[in-house]
Design a protein around this ligand. Structure first.
Ligand code: CP
Length: 358
């Protein structure tokens, strides 16, 4: 058993993501994460277990008796939602997931309302939250902060789990979980996710959801990934290096219409101009060919799905919203269920929920 208390921060941070995984798992040895930091912590077996648990929770929650049972599962726990970057879906779906499981929550969404305004470091803020809560769900513009805090808290007198709700341009593991859950549900009665072609389009360079989902898709057999973007915003080399290492088929392309014709799923993303180095930098890039509208809809196969982590701007035309292949609204709601499944699993309640009589 690899324990965070047995390894220094310098040694831990130097490990590959795959080698970090055992340090982040629950000590009980059921394979579920204790700290949830990046997509590399999830293999196919774990993904299928989490999706099965999410299905189970959404079913149990349909009846009043079932919902009350779920509300009691983690009624003895408190979670801190620490979001120092803007969010609608990730914040609210984690909040709703906590409410489903009976977890009491606290929140800081603007550092200006916390003692960070007085100069307290983010690290000290998180140590402070750990005094009052049993889990920290955090979004930060700082790449690597969640990982550092996971190590710090594991080596403190209040070791509590960290759940990464988006870290810089780096990773968004729970978004990738809900994306996989959506793909699994979309293709459940149509032969499954194996063998599918997934097209990513938009700002692939700075989109953390793309990095996390691209990795999770490597857990499925013969899934081809096509990356469609302007040259300036193409998929980063670290993502394609993993695909080459794992023998995954991929293409880097510039023609969305051609990609849609062969796609089973099209994953659109917005331009992430909040990461521009200079003001107006993204606005100079011609993104007009990287939008999904009526013409692309006509080219998509009848069983194809259109996804988006949201928020969108104009990269999916509103006219697509009523099409049964538009999955982005369902994707959002799926996020609540899979996050409830993950949180329940982090606290060791996977089996009892799966086996309960509801
Ligand atoms: N998909 C996503 O992370 O959305 P929010 O920024 O609204 O949380």
């Amino acid at each position: 058993m690899s324990k965070m208390t047995d390894i220094s921060w310098d040694e831990f941070s130097a490990l590959s993501l795959a080698d970090k995984r055992p340090y982040l798992a629950r000590p009980e040895g059921d394979g579920m994460p204790y700290h949830t930091l990046f997509a590399q912590q999830f293999d196919r077996e774990l993904l299928e277990r989490l999706c099965a648990l999410a299905n189970r929770i959404r079913f149990i929650n349909k009846s009043k008796e079932g919902a009350l049972y779920l509300k009691n599962v983690l009624a003895h726990k408190r979670a801190m939602l620490y979001f120092s970057q803007p969010s609608s879906r990730t914040f609210l779906s984690h909040l709703a997931a906590c409410q489903i499981l009976g977890i009491t929550t606290g929140e800081v969404r603007d550092a200006a309302t916390s003692s960070e305004f007085k100069g307290e470091s983010r690290e000290d803020s998180i140590r402070t939250f750990s005094s009052y809560f049993d889990m920290i769900i955090m979004r930060s513009p700082e790449q690597g902060l969640a990982e550092k805090m996971a190590w710090e808290l594991s080596n403190s007198s209040r070791p509590i789990p960290i759940l990464n709700a988006g870290s810089g341009k780096d990773q968004h593991p729970t978004q990738a979980l809900l994306d996989i859950y959506t793909l699994i549900r979309s293709f459940e009665k149509k032969g499954g996710v194996d063998g599918r072609t997934v097209v990513f389009c938009g700002d692939l360079k700075r989109g953390r959801t793309v990095r996390s989902l691209s990795y999770l898709l490597t857990n499925f057999r013969d899934v081809k990934q096509i990356f469609v973007a302007p040259d300036e915003l193409q998929v980063p080399g670290d993502v394609t290096a993993i695909l080459r290492e794992k023998g995954v088929k991929y293409e880097v392309a510039g023609d969305l219409k051609a990609a849609v014709k062969v796609a089973d799923a099209v994953y659109m993303t917005r331009i992430q101009d909040e990461w521009d180095n200079a003001k107006g930098e993204s606005a100079k890039i011609d993104t007009s060919r990287f939008k999904f509208g009526a013409e692309e809809l006509a080219l998509l196969g009848k069983d194809g799905v259109i996804m988006h982590p949201l928020p969108r701007r104009d990269e999916i035309a509103v006219c697509c919203d009523r099409d049964p292949r538009a999955m982005y609204w369902r994707q959002m709601r799926n996020g609540m269920w899979i996050r409830a499944a993950l949180i329940a699993s982090v606290f060791g309640f996977e089996k009892s929920i799966m086996d309960c009589g509801y």
